[in-house]
Design a protein. Structure first.
Lengths: 159, 76
């Protein structure tokens, strides 16, 4: 079976949006795809040694809220200090209870499956991040680095 | 259910964990050996079918019993 290729650009740095790149990449690797993820802008949060991402109900009308909370806290209510931390804790607890893997676990499986992860060097410079903040073994590169692999890919996703 | 060489309990796990755990288990087995998987994720029925088609491992059996889904996969 000839190896298919999947290229993903991960641009989001929230708990919910961290899932699609890691779920798809780890599954693709399990199916025998050669897979690369290019992390840029806020997506770089997913490559930090310790993942510290949150989910925000603010400006997110599609987010299901437990116990009818969306009725008690319409729009502005979601801006109350502490809401983000609370929703993040509730989301993590919910995921655990439903047997959904943590981001750390899925990322580990990507590493096990030889998914290549590339951090956008420009973003690292832009936000004054240090290469030492990131996972060992990842690469740093730019748009041309991404296209070297993406140009040969069978599937290319922007998340 | 037919004989199997190794068993994977994926009950309580959600997508994509049953597939990822199965892949890991198969990696440690040799060609021709059979893996028995038990899962509770209803999505795993289609997913294991798709997994088998794409990886060349044979899905010998797929059944539901008492809210649990069971699969037999023979390593290619």
């Amino acid at each position: 079976m000839s190896e298919k290729k999947l290229a993903i650009i991960a641009t989001k740095g929230t708990l919910d949006w961290g899932y699609p790149p890691f779920i798809l990449a780890s599954t693709a690797a399990a199916l025998g795809y050669e897979t690369q993820i290019f992390f840029t802008f806020y997506g770089l949060q997913l490559l930090k040694k310790k993942i510290n991402v949150k989910v925000s109900p603010l400006g997110n009308p599609g987010m299901p809220m437990p116990m009818g909370m969306d009725k008690w806290f319409p729009v502005l209510g979601t801006a109350i200090p502490g809401m983000e931390a609370m929703m993040t804790a509730m989301m993590k607890a919910k995921m655990k209870s439903k047997g959904v893997a943590s981001l750390e676990e899925l990322r580990e499986m990507c590493i096990d499956g030889d998914v290549k992860m590339i951090a956008c060097q420009m973003t690292v410079d832009l936000f004054d991040m240090n290469q030492s903040d990131f996972l060992e073994g990842i690469e740093f590169g730019g748009a041309a680095t991404f296209f070297e692999f993406a140009g040969e890919s069978d599937i290319c996703l922007y998340i | 259910m037919a004989n199997f060489d190794q068993e994977l309990d994926a009950t309580g796990l959600n997508c994509p964990l049953p597939i990822l755990r199965a892949k890991k288990a198969l990696a440690s087995m040799s060609s021709g050996q059979v893996l028995h998987i038990i899962a509770t994720d209803p999505g795993s029925v289609k997913d294991f079918d798709a997994f088998a088609k794409q990886t060349g491992n044979e899905l010998m059996e797929s059944k539901e019993e008492g809210g649990k889904f069971e699969f037999l996969i023979k390593k290619a």
